[in-house]
Design a protein. Structure first.
Length: 637
C-alpha cells in the first residue's frame, strides 16, 4: 500500500478541519438568526459596488456592455507595447532596484510567440504598467493626499471578509468581490438552500475581462443540477471553464460516467460516494420497508436543505467540500490560474444566506511591522560578487508567502551578510490594486524583481531566464539557484554541499531526473505535444523546488537568449535540462550532481529543501532549526 505523502496528510488535516468549520458556521448562523430574526438584509439597501468595501454583495444583472467594440479588433503593434513597457520613467533610485532585470528582458517581445499566451501576457503588461505608473506619478504629485485614507482603504487586500444574512427572497444573482485574487489556501465558504422550481444553481469564479471583451473568463464553473440534464436524470455536478478565445472546455461530471476518476492534489475529481446508495442514512428505512424500496443515492445538495459548501484553492486545483465532506476537485486549466480570480458569482435557484472569504492574499501594514529593518534586503549594485544568487518564483498576490520567506530562511547569516543574495521574481497582475500593493512592497523591502509580463503558469520559463540574467548580468554570482515561494531552503546546507562538490563549471545540482518522458495526455497539467518536444524522453533535468547551476551555464542561458538560440519550453525545470543538453552537444563538460535531500512533495527530516510549505509551516521549520539545530519537519509527534 502506498504511503501517504506529507502533502496528502495536510489535505486530510484540512478536511477534518473543514467539518469543524462547517459546524461552527452553522452555530454562528443559528446565533445570528436568533439574535436578529427580523433584521433587514444587507442586500436590500445596496446594489452597487462600494469602492471602500472590496467584498460586497451586489446584484448581478448580466455581462457588462461592450465598450469601444471597434478597438477590440485593432492590433496593438509590438513597438507600441515596447514604448509602454520600456519607456523612461521618473523613478527614484530605490524604485529602480525593482527593475534591474526589466530592461535586460526587452527581447522577450521578439520571442513572445514561442510560449503559449506570451503575446497576451506582454500586451496585458503594457496596459497594467501604464496604469501603475500613472498612479505612482499621481501619488508623487500629491493629487491623492486629500483622499489618502479613503484610497488606502480601497487598496487594502483584506485577509478575511464575511457577509451574514445576505439573503433576498426575490433575488437570485449575486457577485462577491475578491479584490486581490486567490492564492493557495484561500477558501470561499457559502451557506445556502437550493430552492425554487428546480433547485439548480451555479457558482462561478471569474477573472477580469480584457478591454473590448463583453465577458470575463471563468476560472471555475460549478453547476449543480438537482434534476439532471440531457445526459442523465439523476442529480449531477458539472465543472468547466470558459474563455472568449476558446469557449467552453471539456466538462467534468460528478458522478463520473466512466472509471476515469482523475486525482487533483491527491484527491478524487469526484468522491466515489456521489451517486451511490446512501447506506448510512437510509439503511434502517430499507430494512423496515424491504430491500431496495425507497432507497436514496448520496448527493451533497438537496432541494430545501441547508448546505455549507467550501471551495478551497490547492496547489493543483480547487477542491469543494460540502458539510465537511470532500466532493469534487477541479484541476487548473491553462491561463486560468487562481490569482486571476476577481469575483465569485452565485446564481440560480438558491437562497443565499451568507459567505465567508478567508485565507485571502494580503500585505502586511509596514507601519505596524516592528522588525521591518531586519526584513529589508541588502542593496545590490551591478557586478556585486556573491557566492550564491537565489531567485524565487512568486506571483503578485502571494504576499503572505513572501513575508514568511523573509522572516525565515532569508534570515540566514549568509543572506544577511551578502554571501548569498535572494530576490523574488514576480510578474505583473491584471488587477491594478494588486500591482499597487506589489509596488509598495517592492519599495519597502527591496527584494522584488518585477517582470515585464503578466504572470501565467505557461510563462514560468521566462522567470528562469530572468534569474540567470540577474545572477550574471546584475550581480556576479558563482552559482545561481532557482526555487519557489513555498519551498523552505537551508541556505547554509546548500552552500556546504556546493563546497563539498567543488565543481565550478558545467554544474547542475539538485534532485536530478534522468529517466522521464513527456506527458502526452491533454488532461495533464504538464501536457507536451509532439510539436513542442518530439523525442520520447527528456534529457536529465532537476526538479523545480530547488536546483543550482554554475555561473557559466547561467551566463550561456542569457547569451543564447540574446542571440535567439535558446529553445523556449513551458516546463521551466525541464527547459533548463534541455538548455544544458544543447550546451553539452557543443562541447561543455557537464556534471549532474544529485541531491536526495531535496523533497519535491513535502518535508522529511534532514531536508535541504522542503516543498509545499505554507507560511505557518515555514515559521515552524525555522523555529525548530533555531531551537534544535536539526532539520526536523513540522507535524511530527
Amino acid at each position: 500500500m502506498k504511503a501517504e505523502t506529507p502533502h496528502l496528510k495536510r489535505m486530510k488535516k484540512w478536511y477534518g478541519g473543514a467539518l469543524v468549520a462547517s459546524l461552527f458556521m452553522l452555530l454562528v448562523l443559528r446565533y445570528n438568526v436568533m439574535k436578529n430574526p427580523v433584521e433587514q438584509s444587507y442586500l436590500t439597501n445596496s446594489f452597487t459596488i462600494n469602492g471602500t468595501n472590496p467584498l460586497e454583495w451586489v446584484r448581478f444583472t448580466g455581462p457588462p456592455a461592450v465598450q469601444n467594440p471597434d478597438s477590440a479588433s485593432q492590433v496593438i503593434s509590438l513597438d507600441t507595447i515596447a514604448s509602454r513597457l520600456f519607456a523612461q520613467r521618473n523613478l527614484s533610485k530605490g524604485e529602480q532596484h525593482s527593475l534591474l532585470t526589466w530592461n535586460l528582458l526587452k527581447h522577450l517581445i521578439n520571442h513572445s510567440q514561442a510560449l503559449p499566451n506570451g503575446v497576451e501576457a506582454i500586451k496585458e503588461a503594457g496596459s497594467a504598467w501604464n496604469n501603475l505608473m500613472a498612479s505612482v506619478e499621481e501619488e508623487k504629485l500629491g493629487y491623492a493626499h486629500d483622499n489618502s485614507s479613503r484610497k488606502a482603504k480601497e487598496k487594502q487586500c483584506p485577509h478575511f471578509l464575511n457577509r451574514m444574512n445576505a439573503t433576498e427572497s426575490d433575488k437570485s444573482h449575486y457577485k462577491l468581490r475578491v479584490p486581490c485574487g486567490l492564492t493557495q489556501g484561500s477558501s470561499i465558504t457559502i451557506i445556502g438552500i437550493p430552492d425554487g422550481l428546480l433547485g439548480n444553481f451555479r457558482i462561478d469564479l471569474t477573472g477580469e475581462a480584457l478591454p473590448g471583451e463583453p465577458d470575463p473568463p471563468i476560472i471555475l464553473h460549478y453547476n449543480v443540477r438537482l434534476h439532471g440534464d440531457k445526459i442523465t436524470e439523476d442529480p449531477v455536478i458539472v465543472q468547466n471553464s470558459w474563455t472568449i478565445a476558446h469557449d467552453w472546455g471539456e466538462e467534468e461530471r460528478c458522478p463520473v460516467p466512466t472509471d476515469d476518476n482523475k486525482k487533483v492534489d491527491e484527491l478524487d475529481q469526484c468522491n466515489k460516494l456521489v451517486g451511490k446508495e446512501d447506506n448510512r442514512t437510509h439503511g434502517s428505512r430499507r430494512s423496515s420497508m424491504g430491500l431496495g424500496l425507497n432507497s436514496r443515492r448520496y448527493f451533497p445538495f438537496k432541494q430545501g436543505s441547508l448546505f455549507v459548501a467550501t471551495l478551497r484553492v490547492g496547489s493543483e486545483g480547487i477542491q469543494m467540500t460540502v458539510d465537511g465532506k470532500h466532493v469534487t476537485s477541479f484541476a487548473y486549466r491553462e491561463t486560468l490560474e487562481p490569482w486571476l480570480v476577481s469575483e465569485v458569482r452565485i446564481s440560480g435557484d438558491v437562497k443565499l444566506i451568507s459567505a465567508v472569504a478567508s485565507g485571502l492574499p494580503t500585505s502586511e501594514d509596514s507601519d505596524h511591522t516592528v522588525d521591518i529593518e531586519a526584513l529589508k534586503s541588502l542593496p545590490l549594485s551591478r557586478g556585486s560578487p556573491v557566492d550564491l544568487f537565489i531567485g524565487v518564483f512568486s506571483t503578485a498576490n502571494n504576499l503572505k508567502r513572501r513575508m514568511a520567506v523573509r522572516r525565515t530562511w532569508m534570515q540566514y547569516p549568509e543572506v544577511r551578510s551578502g554571501t548569498a543574495a535572494v530576490r523574488f521574481f514576480v510578474g505583473l497582475h491584471k488587477n491594478q490594486i494588486v500591482n499597487q500593493e506589489l509596488w509598495n512592497e517592492a519599495r519597502t523591502y527591496g527584494d522584488i524583481q518585477l517582470m515585464p509580463f503578466v504572470d501565467y503558469y505557461s510563462l514560468i520559463t521566462w522567470k528562469t531566464l530572468a534569474i540567470c540574467t540577474f545572477g550574471t548580468e546584475v550581480v556576479s554570482a558563482k552559482f545561481v539557484m532557482k526555487t519557489d515561494d513555498d519551498a523552505f531552503v537551508r541556505v547554509d546546507e546548500v552552500l556546504a554541499s556546493l563546497s563539498r562538490i567543488n565543481v565550478t563549471h558545467g554544474l547542475l545540482h539538485g534532485l536530478i531526473n534522468s529517466d522521464s518522458q513527456p506527458h502526452r495526455s491533454t488532461d495533464s497539467k504538464w501536457f507536451i505535444s509532439p510539436e513542442e518536444w518530439s523525442e520520447d524522453k527528456y534529457p536529465p533535468w532537476a526538479h523545480g523546488p530547488g536546483y543550482v547551476v554554475s555561473r557559466d551555464i547561467a551566463k550561456a542561458v542569457y547569451e543564447r537568449f540574446n542571440e535567439g538560440r535558446l529553445k523556449m519550453f513551458k516546463l521551466e525545470d525541464v527547459a533548463m535540462g534541455i538548455w544544458i543538453a544543447d550546451m553539452k552537444k557543443e562541447g561543455l563538460e557537464v556534471r549532474y550532481e544529485k541531491e536526495e535531500r531535496i523533497f519535491n512533495e513535502g518535508c522529511r527530516d534532514g531536508y535541504v529543501i522542503a516543498h509545499y510549505q505554507g507560511p505557518r509551516e515555514m515559521m515552524c521549520l525555522w523555529q525548530k532549526l533555531q531551537e534544535t539545530k536539526r532539520a526536523r519537519c513540522c507535524g511530527d509527534p
